[in-house]
Design a protein around this ligand. Sequence first.
Ligand SMILES: NC(=O)C1=CN([C@@H]2O[C@H](COP(=O)(O)OP(=O)(O)OC[C@H]3O[C@@H](n4cnc5c(N)ncnc54)[C@H](OP(=O)(O)O)[C@@H]3O)[C@@H](O)[C@H]2O)[C@@H](O)CC1
Ligand SMILES: Nc1ncnc2c1ncn2[C@@H]1O[C@H](COP(=O)(O)OP(=O)(O)O)[C@@H](O)[C@H]1O
Ligand SMILES: [K+]
Length: 485
Amino acid sequence: MLRAWSAQRVRDAEATLMSRLPEGELMRRAAQGLAEVCRARLPASGGARVVVLAGPGNNGADALYAAARLAQDGHDCVALQGDWPLAIGDSASWSAAGVTVLAPGGDWAAPLAGADLVIDGLLGIGGRPGLPQDAVAWVDAIPASAYVVSVDLPSGQDPAGQSRSDTGVFADETVTFAVAKPVHLLPATEAAVGRLTVIDIGLELDGEPDVERLDFADVAHLWPVPTIADDKYSRGVLGVVAGGENYTGAPVLCCTAAVGAGLGMLRYVGTPAPTALVRAAIPEAVHGEGRVQAWVVGPGLDITSRARGSKAQLDVARSALDSDLPVLVDAGGLDLVHGPRQGPTLLTPHAGELSRLLTRLEGSETTREAVEADPLSHARRAADLTGATVLLKGATTLVVPPTDWGLAVRSQNDAPAWLATAGAGDVLSGVCGALLASGLTPLDAGSLGALVHGVSADLANPGGPVRALAVAHGIPQAVAHLLTR
Ligand SMILES: NC(=O)C1=CN([C@@H]2O[C@H](COP(=O)(O)OP(=O)(O)OC[C@H]3O[C@@H](n4cnc5c(N)ncnc54)[C@H](OP(=O)(O)O)[C@@H]3O)[C@@H](O)[C@H]2O)[C@@H](O)CC1
Ligand SMILES: Nc1ncnc2c1ncn2[C@@H]1O[C@H](COP(=O)(O)OP(=O)(O)O)[C@@H](O)[C@H]1O
Ligand SMILES: [K+]
């Protein structure tokens, strides 16, 4: 599990450790680790051009100390200083350490154009979103051929990872210290981070982190592997209320994925057309209502439909939502959520569905664009209003429990962009529903389901396009792959 702590909690832990260490020791460790990473990306023979974007704070100092080490290897190190004093040293002292500091207003364009490696030390965890004025032009002018290493975080991005900034650095690699920070894992900022390298500086953080990411090794700990004592009922029965006369494919995708995830049994509740398709495609499914351990309500469900069978199906959807059983609510089912939930609930909207849900619950308009600009706050709002765990789908999938539970947010990024295809969400609902039926919490079911869903998309056709049905068919192999690796 990758864990991230907020800038404030890192600062607090740092203050305690620093009081026991010689002055400057933490920065020395940080700069050494940073230099080692840069060294591994540069020719050992020396002679490369390294350009430091030196900001006003300790982030800039880390970068300058690392550059001084690279200068000792024979690299040509230049630092750009803007209209601010450096946190440590001046141009004379850095020059003595082998780093040429270009004063504010100097000719920075030529050295930057020739950079092999750029060390972005503009802003770290003390940064506010956006760049210092002088640095905007530098960042624009970073040559595409240069390898960009950001110190601690890509400058300009929000350290808390909540809001997206269009003027920040996009790094090839980010070298962070002690632990990951939310900026590295959350959807608004993650794309700017590149490869993430965490350097041990002897700083430990404890307690519940702010953000977590399941990795492949976590699957074996969490996945409900059956034992010799199990039967189909003890493994979990899932009820699926999905589809209608207009949307017949969604239940096929959802149910295929759910049985593929290793359910004990699946009960399907639909209208005539999708029922015929589910009968043909998923012979394992049992039709009609019955005892279940969890429900999936909503894929392809149109609650306004007057078609044959719709009323009876809607009655089952409503009674599932009124029960104390765990429920996953997706797509059309979200229109049935009007306020706080009683039983364990996982809501699985995409950004558009979340904006509509919030608009209805709060009685004032939230746009899709607003959700996309700050996914975490909006998912959290929906979780707090409903008491449900909210899984917000996207390139990075967030799983957010209500704030007062005091749990970390999960953020999964396991899927290729090829997964952005119609029906992929229906597959996800089936996988997560199966996990709910086997007894996992909404938080574990959502994050583990998102991980397996992404891996299945990748394995279905590595490097190429995938259709949702292939992702559903690939779930059993993806689970086996993750459990036996
Ligand atoms: N904690 C640790 O464990 C360790 C931390 N270490 C390192 O320290 C770094 C944190 O250093 P830091 O506190 O000096 O903050 P940092 O981000 O360099 O600069 C803040 C300065 O920038 C300014 N400023 C901010 N936003 C701005 C904006 N948008 N536009 C313009 N200006 C802006 C801000 O101005 P002010 O807010 O005062 O107006 C202030 O002057 C951390 O990331 C890591 O690299 C390691 O060495 C050891 C272990
Ligand atoms: N750019 C992307 N990269 C990876 N996965 C994505 C991307 N965009 C969307 N996804 C995933 O694809 C699925 C789409 O779900 P959804 O929008 O509900 O589609 P549908 O309703 O058509 O099934 C979600 O699991 C989402 O996380
Ligand atoms: K930085």
